[in-house]
Write a protein of this length. Structure first.
Length: 233
């Protein structure tokens, strides 16, 4: 169809001696060179080609509508298939969970029955509280460090002294609490207990010990973890 229309337009352009049909003047058909029969023939050919184009487009539209219907039908079938697979998978997952729960509950029941049958000692609430307290204290000590060898000056607080020490190695510790330990003596400075915001900060500052010993003003400073009496023994 496109070829026929193109051919028709080309012939029409040659006959009228007008290369661009879109700019064809109206007086082309009023001149003495064209007879009524010729113009009528061109008009009829044009109508025939337009009718052929219309029929072709209408058929194409029908085929497009048919294809749309087929695509929609396929999409519906695919959605139903996916929904069915999802329901089957969900049902299988629920069954697996139920089976696992039954197995775990049975194992737990057997363990409890075995415990009572052998009359194992029951853990008291006080014992549990003691364990929890010990865990909490251990975790809190992980956020602490102990500094030895920091000069003691009545005009400089413990926190300021700690900040000055670590400024020498480019660290700016975020201190929650800070204090000197023990009674003040005249022979050596008291150690400083430093409570930081988290355990990572404590580890980072403990790793600065070697750098501090390489600096003349802090070469006597020693950074240690906060240990219990049992751990220090």
């Amino acid at each position: 169809v496109l070829f026929d229309v193109s051919t028709m337009l080309h012939k029409f352009s040659l006959r009228t001696k007008c290369p661009d049909i879109t700019k064809m003047p109206q007086d082309v058909f009023t001149g003495t060179d064209y007879k009524t029969e010729v113009v009528s023939m061109w008009f009829v050919e044009t109508l025939q080609q337009l009718k052929l184009c219309y029929d072709t487009l209408r058929m194409s539209t029908g085929k497009i509508d048919q294809l749309k219907g087929e695509v929609i039908s396929l999409q519906k079938d695919e959605l139903q298939n996916q929904r069915r697979q999802f329901c089957e998978s969900q049902s299988e997952t629920v069954n697996n969970i139920q089976t696992t729960l039954k197995s775990e509950l049975k194992s737990y029941s057997d363990a409890v029955a075995s415990t009572f049958s052998t009359r194992a000692p029951i853990v008291s609430a006080q014992d549990i509280a003691a364990v929890v307290e010990n865990v909490v204290k251990t975790e809190d000590r992980g956020k602490n460090i102990i500094l030895f060898g920091v000069d003691e000056d009545d005009n400089v607080g413990a926190e300021k002294a700690v900040v000055d020490v670590f400024n020498n190695v480019g660290e700016k510790p975020h201190i929650s609490y800070c204090e000197r330990l023990g009674k003040k003596g005249s022979d050596r400075p008291r150690p400083i207990k430093v409570c930081l915001t988290n355990g990572d900060a404590a580890v980072r500052l403990r790793n600065c010990g070697k750098k501090l010993r390489d600096i003349p003003s802090t070469r006597r400073v020693f950074v240690a973890p906060d240990l219990t009496h049992e751990e220090r023994a």
